[in-house]
Design a protein around this ligand. Structure first.
Ligand SMILES: Cc1cc2nc3c(=O)[nH]c(=O)nc-3n(C[C@H](O)[C@H](O)[C@H](O)COP(=O)(O)OP(=O)(O)OC[C@H]3O[C@@H](n4cnc5c(N)ncnc54)[C@H](O)[C@@H]3O)c2cc1C
Length: 449
C-alpha cells in the first residue's frame, strides 16, 4: 500500500471537525493520514437540538449519512412545501397570536445534537485516530512548513497540515493571526493583543438558555401545546423563545433568548456557558404570554450561553493552517446555521485536500482557495444572523414599539422580512457553490501545473 500523501491534524471534534474527518474518509481514504485532537475528556454532545436545512442535508446525502439521520429525525425531509416556522407575538401577559407562517419548500429536520455526533463518529474509519483530553495550547511552524502542535498535558505532535475546528475560542485562530502579524513584522505586544481582540469573538448582549422539555410533561399542563408538533418562535421586546420538537417528538428543544440592554459589544463577565436554575429562566420570561411561559416551567436542567459572534475575519487560512466552523465565523443562532456552515466548510476543505492532484507543495495555495470559496458566503451569513436577531426582538429598522397603529399589517411585513433572511437556506443550492469551488480549485491546479 502506498504511503499517505500528508498528515492532516484536526484540532477539535465538534460537528465541524468530525464532518471534516468523514469527508476525508470518503474522498481521500487512506491516501491521507488523519488525526483528530479533542480537548475535552470525551466527544461532547452538549447543546441539545439542531435544525438541519436543505443545504446541509444535500451534504449529508452526498456523505451517505442521510438514511441514518432521517431515522433520528422527527420526520424525514422531503421535497414538498410544508410549514417551516410559525412566528407569534407574545410580548405581554395577554394571549398572543401566530402572525406569520414561514413555508419551507424543502422541509427542514430537527435533530438531537448527540444523534448528529453519533452518526458522524460511526462513519470515521478506525485507521483515523481520535484522541481526547488533548487540548491544544498553541502551534508553531517548522522550517519545512510543517506544524508542531503543543497540548496542555505537556505533549506535542507534528503534522503537515493543521485544521482548527476548535470552536469560538479557537487557539488555532489566535496563533494563525499572530503568525501572520509576525511575518508582517509586528512585534509590539500591545498591537499583537489588539489583533487578538479584533479577530476574537464579541458578546452580542444576548443570553440563550438551552433546555429540553419532555413533551409528555408539557401535554399534562398544557394539552395540545403547538410546540409539541411544530417549530415556533415567540417574539417579545428584547427577548424571544424558539421551540421545536426533536427525538421523534419525545422532547422539545427550547431556547429562550434574553438581551441585556446596552450589552452588545461589551465584555461578558462570568462563564460563557454555565448551568443555571430553572427559576432564573422563569423570572427572566415572567412578562410574556402563558403559552410561552409554560415552556420555561416545564424545561429540565437549563444551561445559559452568553452568545458571542465574530466580526467578519479577513482570512480563514495562512500557510498550512486553516480554520473552519465557529473558529472562523461564530455567529448568532438566529438562522439555525452555525453547524450547517461548519459542515459546508468541512466539505469544501475535505474535498480539496482529497483531490489526487493536491500534493503537500500545493497545500498553501489550496487552503487559500478554500478561503476564497467559503469566506464571503459564511461571513455574509454571520451578518444576516445578527440582523435576524434584531427582527425577532422588535429591534429591527423602522420598528417603533410605542406605535401600535396598523399592528397586524406591520407584523405581517415583519414576518416577510424574517422570511427573506432565511430563504437562502433553500433558494441557494449548495451543489452550485461546490461547482464554483471546484472551478476555483481547477484554476489553481492548472496554474501550478
Ligand atoms: C443556543 C444555540 C443554538 C444553536 N442552534 C443551531 C441550529 O439549530 N442549527 C445549527 O446549524 N447550528 C446551531 N447552533 C450553532 C452550532 O452549535 C455551532 O455553530 C456548531 O456547533 C459549530 O461547530 P464547530 O465544530 O465549529 O464548533 P464546536 O461545536 O464548538 O466544536 C469545537 C470543538 O473543539 C474542541 N476544542 C476547543 N478548544 C480546543 C483545543 N484548544 N484543543 C482541542 N480541542 C478543542 C471543543 O471541545 C469542541 O469539541 C447553535 C448554537 C447555540 C449556542
Amino acid at each position: 500500500m502506498s504511503q499517505p500523501k500528508f498528515k492532516v491534524a484536526i484540532c477539535g471534534a465538534g460537528i465541524g471537525g468530525l464532518a471534516l474527518a468523514v469527508v476525508l474518509s470518503k474522498y481521500a481514504g487512506a491516501s491521507v493520514d488523519v488525526a483528530v485532537y479533542e480537548g475535552a475528556a470525551e466527544i461532547t454532545t452538549a447543546g441539545a437540538g439542531i435544525s438541519v436545512w436543505k443545504r446541509m442535508w444535500t451534504i449529508m446525502q452526498d456523505l451517505g449519512l442521510d438514511v441514518e439521520l432521517a431515522k433520528k429525525a422527527i420526520e424525514p425531509p422531503e421535497d414538498a412545501p410544508r410549514p417551516g416556522l410559525a412566528f407569534r407575538k407574545s410580548d405581554g401577559p395577554h394571549p398572543g397570536y401566530n402572525f406569520y407562517e414561514m413555508m419551507n419548500p424543502y422541509g427542514a429536520i430537527t435533530l438531537h445534537r448527540a444523534d448528529v455526533v453519533d452518526v458522524l463518529m460511526a462513519k470515521i474509519p478506525k485507521s483515523y485516530s481520535i484522541q481526547t483530553s488533548k487540548r491544544m495550547t498553541s502551534y508553531s511552524r517548522r522550517d519545512d512548513g510543517s506544524i508542531t502542535m503543543r497540548f496542555a498535558d505537556g505533549s506535542s505532535t507534528a503534522a503537515d497540515i493543521l485544521i482548527g475546528a476548535d470552536g469560538v475560542h479557537s487557539p488555532t485562530r489566535k496563533c494563525l493571526f499572530r503568525s501572520m502579524a509576525e511575518d508582517e513584522g509586528v512585534t509590539d505586544p500591545a498591537r499583537l493583543e489588539a489583533i487578538d481582540k479584533e479577530t476574537g469573538p464579541v458578546w452580542t448582549g444576548t443570553l440563550a438558555y438551552r433546555a429540553l422539555v419532555p413533551t409528555e410533561a408539557l401535554e399534562l399542563v398544557y394539552p395540545g401545546h403547538q410546540a409539541c408538533k411544530r417549530g415556533i418562535v415567540y417574539l417579545g421586546k428584547n427577548k424571544h423563545l424558539v421551540a421545536y420538537p426533536i427525538a421523534q417528538g419525545r422532547l422539545i428543544n427550547l431556547v429562550p433568548f434574553y438581551t441585556v440592554a446596552g450589552g452588545e459589544g461589551t465584555t461578558f463577565e462570568g462563564k460563557w456557558v454555565t448551568d443555571v436554575s430553572k427559576e432564573e429562566v422563569i423570572d427572566s420570561f415572567s412578562n410574556i404570554e402563558e403559552e410561552a411561559q409554560v415552556l420555561t416551567k416545564c424545561m429540565e436542567k437549563p444551561t445559559r450561553w452568553a452568545i458571542h459572534a465574530m466580526s467578519p475575519l479577513p482570512h480563514y487560512a495562512y500557510g498550512r493552517v486553516a480554520i473552519l466552523g465557529d473558529a472562523a465565523h461564530a455567529m448568532t443562532t438566529h438562522l439555525g446555521a452555525g453547524a450547517g456552515q461548519a459542515i459546508e466548510d468541512a466539505y469544501v476543505l475535505g474535498r480539496f485536500l482529497a483531490d489526487p492532484a493536491v500534493t503537500i507543495d500545493k497545500v498553501t495555495d489550496i487552503l487559500r482557495v478554500y478561503e476564497q470559496a467559503r469566506l464571503p458566503f459564511a461571513n455574509a451569513i454571520v451578518a444576516n444572523a445578527t440582523a435576524t436577531g434584531y427582527l425577532y426582538e422588535f429591534n429591527g429598522p423602522g420598528w417603533d414599539d410605542n406605535d401600535r397603529s396598523n399592528e397586524d399589517e406591520k407584523l405581517h411585513a415583519l414576518g416577510k422580512q424574517i422570511e427573506k433572511q432565511w430563504e437562502w437556506q433553500w433558494t441557494k443550492d449548495f451543489r452550485e457553490d461546490w461547482q464554483r469551488a471546484e472551478r476555483l480549485l481547477s484554476g489553481v491546479l492548472e496554474t501550478d501545473g
